[in-house]
Design a protein around this ligand. Structure first.
Ligand SMILES: Nc1ncnc2c1ncn2[C@@H]1O[C@H](COP(=O)(O)OP(=O)(O)OP(=O)(O)O)[C@@H](O)[C@H]1O
Length: 259
């Protein structure tokens, strides 16, 4: 569980985050959404300790990231898996070497043990026979799965994903979203995703935080979003007539189902 309490961040005289409060639970896919410049990236960087907020608390199971020393921060970082926008694989390393990298860096396990763990996670992301391939030889969707395997190899309690679907076609995006959601539940991970992808919002959003001009404007689930009356949120999510019609239909369906 990650809790944010009254988080505030400014750059010079520009306030970028103001009184941000929320709780992100384990086993849930938590999304941060909002227009460009609303503060999502700064928020995520505060959450992983790359930026120090000016005020407020960032609590990992009650332990305040803004107050802990470097040694404790290092320990906490080892419990955090990261999936970066462009997958960020090492081009000169094979798939196997890429996934093994965190084990080489942070553990003293024997090669055989490391290989067994690498194979376990590669298998879990449905990439069984790709060990010896280089990133240039595999598709964008496969690269994402390798990056996901690498993010999971140390068994993290927390998983941060920055735009996991950027550069992927809608169908491959859905596969990645489903995989992240499944793994989140299976391993009880607190997953935090920064996304612009509305399919992700509607399909995977167990908990969604909508940011507007540095403030939390709305939060709720993908079911709540259908019934939300928040004008800013509605204008943002259901921007086209097509999506507004789809929302109306879904709302009617859900009302019928609940009777
Ligand atoms: N290091 C920095 N120094 C000064 N201002 C910054 C810095 N990083 C971000 N900002 C400002 O903070 C605001 C929020 O930026 P942020 O990158 O968090 O937006 P975002 O919601 O992630 O946008 P996008 O969806 O386009 O990535 C912007 O006005 C940006 O210019």
């Amino acid at each position: 569980m990650i809790e944010l309490k009254n988080v505030r961040k400014s750059f010079g005289d520009k306030t970028v985050l103001q009184d941000v409060n929320f709780t992100m639970n384990a086993g849930q896919t938590n999304l941060i959404i909002g227009t460009s410049g609303s503060g999502k990236t700064v928020l995520m960087k505060c959450m992983i300790g790359l930026f120090q907020p000016d005020e407020g608390q960032i609590l990992y199971e009650g332990q305040d990231l803004t107050k802990i020393d470097e040694k404790e921060k290092k320990e906490l970082r080892q419990q955090i898996g990261m999936l970066f926008q462009g997958s960020a694989l090492f081009d000169s390393k094979t798939v196997q070497e890429n996934v093994m990298f965190p084990l080489d860096m942070f553990t003293r396990k024997k090669y055989r043990e490391k290989l067994s763990r690498v194979n376990e996670v590669l298998d879990r992301v449905n990439l069984k026979d790709a060990n010896r391939k280089f990133p240039a030889e595999i598709s964008g969707g496969m690269k994402k799965r390798v990056a996901l395997a690498r993010a999971l190899v140390l068994n993290p309690k927390y998983l941060f994903c920055d735009e996991p679907n950027s550069g992927l076609d809608p169908q491959t995006s859905l596969v990645i979203d489903q995989l992240i959601s499944e793994l989140t539940k299976e391993y009880n991970i607190t997953t935090v995703i920064n996304t612009h992808d509305m399919n992700t919002v509607m399909e995977s959003g167990d908990h969604i935080v909508y940011m507007h001009q540095g403030k939390k404007q709305w939060e709720g689930s993908n079911k709540d979003i259908i019934f939300s009356k928040d004008k800013l949120l509605n204008d943002f999510i259901f921007a086209s007539e097509f999506l507004r019609d789809a929302k109306q239909k879904r709302m009617e369906e859900m009302e019928r189902e609940s009777k």
